[in-house]
Structures are given as C-alpha cells and as structure tokens.
Design a protein. Structure first.
Length: 275
C-alpha cells in the first residue's frame, strides 16, 4: 500500500515512523522538508491511501477530496462536525467508492483493553453496574501555546473521544445523552478538566479527562454483579496492570488475577496493520 502522510506535526511524525517504506509523500502547509504543501497537489495516481494527522477544522473538506478520488483514509480522532449530515455524507461517499474511512483510536489495540473486552463478552462479570474511566496528561501548557488547540470545548473532544470510543468498544451502543458534571478552565482558555456522565441506567459511565495530570495516567474501574475489573496505566506509560477480582458471597476478600505489562507501546503498529 502506497500512503501519504498529511500533516507533519507530532502525530504525523509517529505515523511516518510506523508506515516506513509505505510512505511515498508527505504533506504539510507549514513544516519544512515535506514534499507538498497541499494534498490536492499530490499526483493522484501515485498513492492508495492517506494518513490524515490534521486539525479538526479542515478534516471534512480533506476527507471529501480524498474519498472522491477513491483513496482509503485513516484520520486522527476526533472526526466530528457541527452538522452530522457532513459525517453521513462522508460515510455514503466512502461506501459508494468502496474505500475505507477509518477514524484512528489506537487504544483499541492496547493489550489490557483487548483483555477487558474479552472478559466483558465472556459474561464472567455478570451484570455490569458501573464503569469509571479516567484519562489524564500534563499538556495544558502545550495546548495553551498551540496556534489552534486551546479553543472550543478544549480537552473534551481531545481526550473524551478516546473514552467514548473505548466505552463503545467494550459495551457496544451507549447512551448518546451525557451530562457535563464539571468543566473547568484552570490554566487554559478552553476547558482543561472535564467530567461527564451518561443518563442510561446500566452500565453507568463516568468519564473524567484532564490536561493537568503531570504524570500521564489512565485508570478504569468496572463494578459488576460477580466481581470487578480494573486497569491501571497504559503500555506507553507503563507498567500497565490489569486486575480481575471475583466476588465472594455473601462477602469477603475476592480472589484476584493480576497481569502486569512492561513493554513498548504496541498500539500504533497494530492499528496500522489493521488499517
């Protein structure tokens, strides 16, 4: 597969390293040392797919151009629009032209996330009551100094999109109605710490995201009828720990199975292979 990388910021450089020899051209309107400044200038016949690592505002227009020219697309999350019809139009066009348009959520390939999905699907937890997810990094200052990131809903579309996708990955369709429990602008113009909660009964989802966690961290706690399951950290911030506790009735110390990983982040390569 011949690919181009569109957008040579932090994410673009990661995608370039993973795609390696598959990359035939790089595109960026600002960065030096790229092959083209505009994706429309890249010779159409010389690539099959595009890895789009671009800001939110040009995504729909860029995807429309690529898909109309029958190119497969991986686009960095989040893919959103104020008008949902824009997204539906992209979907219909991709189906018509028989190309893939994939929004990248690399955490689906995190080993403990895969293990959690298998545990949930096994039924060993019984009825799931509650799931709390926390995702935090320490990028508040970088976001504030960015030319385009510190605006709008801030951390909400950036990091909550990961947790919403993880919830869908584990539980399937989830309630689309979420309440904002807390939204704070501690250091940035846009919210840098947010808590949201869904309105459906079970599983109850509580998602907390922040740019103020100076040591990057992730946690998950699932409480269920027959036990609980927990994730602490990700491979890239490791060691990462997965714990499955089996409930003792009527009460007592649960039996516990723990898996700890200390390894490089496998998700970027696994996601590229998947794409």
């Amino acid at each position: 597969m011949r690919v181009i990388v569109v957008g040579m910021g932090v994410q673009g450089k990661k995608r370039l390293a993973i795609a390696g020899k598959d990359v035939v051209f790089t595109v960026d309107p600002i960065q030096q040392g790229v092959d083209f400044s505009d994706v429309r200038d890249v010779p159409i016949a010389e690539y099959d797919a595009a890895l789009c690592c671009i800001p939110d505002y040009p995504k729909i227009e860029t995807l429309d151009f690529l898909i109309r020219n029958k190119k497969h697309v991986l686009v960095e999350k989040p893919l959103w629009s104020r008008d949902v019809q824009h997204i539906e139009k992209i979907e219909k066009l991709a189906n018509k032209n028989e190309v893939f348009c994939y929004t990248a959520y690399n955490h689906r390939f995190e080993p403990h996330f895969v293990a959690m999905k298998k545990l949930i699907e096994s039924g060993d937890l019984g009825e799931i009551y509650n799931c709390r997810l926390f995702y935090g990094n320490g990028t508040a200052r970088l976001v504030r100094e960015s030319a385009w990131r510190d605006k709008g809903a801030g951390v909400l579309p950036d990091l909550a999109s990961h947790l919403l996708d993880t919830s869908i990955y584990w539980f399937g369709d989830i309630d689309e109605k979420f309440n904002v429990i807390s939204a704070s602008c501690h250091e940035n113009r846009s919210p840098d710490h947010v808590i949201i909660r869904n309105e459906r009964n079970k599983p109850k989802l509580e998602l907390e995201i922040t740019l103020l966690q100076w040591r990057n961290h992730f946690t998950c706690d699932i409480l269920a009828e027959k036990g609980s399951a927990h994730i602490e950290s990700l491979c890239k911030w490791g060691p990462a720990k997965f714990t499955h506790r089996k409930r003792i009735l009527p009460s007592g110390l649960p039996t516990e199975v723990v898996s700890t990983l200390s390894r490089p982040d496998p998700t970027w390569n696994e996601e590229y292979i998947f794409f």
